[in-house]
Write a protein that binds this ligand. Sequence first.
Ligand code: KG4
Ligand code: ZN
Length: 336
Amino acid sequence: MNILAFESSCDETSVAVVRDGRTVLSNVVASQTELHSLYGGVVPEIASRRHMELIRTLTEQALEQAGMSKSDIDAVACTTAPGLIGALLVGLSFAKAFAYGLGVPFIPVHHIRGHVAANYLAFPELKPPFVALVASGGHSSILHVTDYTAYKTLGITRDDAAGECFDKIARVLGLGYPGGALLDKLAEGGNPNAYKLPRGKIDGSPMDMSFSGLKTSVLNIINSAKQRGEEINTKDLSASFSQAVCDVLIPRLKSALEITNEKTVVLAGGVAANSWLRQELKQSVNGKNLYLAPLTLCGDNAAMIGAQGFYEFQAGNTAELSHNALATCKADKCLC
Ligand code: KG4
Ligand code: ZN
């Protein structure tokens, strides 16, 4: 089954063709980083407009690279939640029109389920059940995936997402936007114990996460050093911050494995590209089957939506053309 897939929930416009949920025939990704870097973060209105400018050409490119014409497409999948609402609506409207024009089913896909499904593309043997950690610019979730379309959120961030903190700290350090990868590079070889940083906890909800206190602590260190005219060791600070993020995520992931009795762990989302996190995970979850999404599929892309779209289709989760986008929505919820 050939699925034409769309992703436009934030600042990447992406169109892909995926066969049977496992094989990427094309995956065209246009990043808007340059446009938004001027403002130090994603400007939703600019993102929506850029998606509109790009989506048609990218669709032609995705079909061409897959060596296909429109008539070879069996279904259309699209991220419809969660994300920036204007940005989502561009992909959704285009995808629905395409499905209607071709007379094929329309499959709404949850963005977080899509991130998890990036691993199905890279690892043919991987199948549920497993525990997944999805960490990105907008989300930090620990999930129990009992089947391709059966999700239970075990823990979620109560405030900032991990990636948001990477971006904010990198911005204040003057590294540029998006800052995750730049901060990752800076942390290399730094001392993770040089700066004492908090590890947030939520009373009564041990699996939930909080990153805003950690972010504020780092920002306070930078700002007070600036005010006093003191130098800070940015390498050590980045390493200390990266370690603190790992110390929030990894123990919760280990608890999730214990609670669910699962033997397989899946890492996904933009922050899954973080080398500190990948390294720490490899060391701390030994004895389990650990799947780390390949770097090329960690960030937002439409191939992961095509992969999850296949399994949603198999579960009968297709939608009417009246289907709408949602800015927020847990991965547990069926979108149809
Ligand atoms: O999954 P994604 O492309 O978009 C969302 O769904 O949010 O994730 C983007 C986020 C950004 O915050 C970016 O800074 C972060 O992932 N990121 C990283 C790294 N590469 C990207 N964070 C830490 N280390 C990295 N190497
Ligand atoms: Zn994402």
